[in-house]
Ligand binder design. Structure first.
Ligand code: SF4
Ligand code: SF4
Length: 181
């Protein structure tokens, strides 16, 4: 956990892509969803809803921070903190992990408050994923394997806050057009 901060400043939210146990649960539930749903997997949320929905997790983070400040100044008591804030956030997390049966990394994309905070390191990270246009053949594999639905093939540099530094796009590119530089 302590290492995740300097690593994130260097490479982005590596913790989200490689370490987080909730990510692991989503991958397990998602692989079951893929088997059961087949081509219907990842079709529950249309792209036009996906983009604005990406901001919802920042709302969850803001909700928690506001609640913590209010609790500190005794504007809300223990009962509200436990029954509304803690239980509410727990419910959101459980439901969103179950949603990953239908949508790849649904909790990471739309609901995770820690992911929301970590995602901001994408704006300042030192090493970034870059696409070499002279090598790229526009096959679109990188777009299809990205769990966060980033259009990697249309970018020269991946700066999206949605990126969880999983490196699937880099690993799967058949012509090594994607590199971390
Ligand atoms: S996988 Fe590689 S070659 Fe294919 S579109 Fe992405 S960057 Fe280009
Ligand atoms: S596949 Fe590439 S662009 Fe998508 S989240 Fe992983 S590292 Fe980021």
């Amino acid at each position: 956990m302590l290492l995740s901060v300097p690593v994130a400043l260097l490479f982005g939210p590596v913790y989200c892509g490689w370490v987080c146990p909730r990510g692991m649960f989503q991958n397990i539930i998602g692989s079951m969803g893929k088997r059961v749903l087949g081509k219907r997997y990842n079709k529950l949320i249309p792209k036009r809803i996906h983009k604005p929905l990406l901001y919802f997790r920042y709302g969850v983070l803001l909700f928690l921070l506001t609640a913590l400040v209010m609790y500190e100044f005794q504007l809300i008591d223990d009962t509200i903190m436990e029954s509304v804030v803690i239980d509410g956030l727990l419910l959101i997390m459980v439901v969103s992990i179950l949603l990953s049966f239908f949508v790849d990394r649904a909790a990471c994309k739309y609901f995770c408050k820690e992911g929301a905070a970590a995602s901001l390191t994408n704006l300042v990270k030192i090493r970034k994923i870059k696409r070499d246009d002279s090598l790229c053949n526009s096959c679109g594999i990188c777009d299809r394997v990205c769990p966060m639905w980033i259009d990697v093939s249309k970018k020269d540099v991946v700066r999206d806050t949605a990126c969880i530094s999983c490196m699937k796009c880099v690993q799967k590119c058949p012509v090594d057009a994607l590199r971390v530089e």
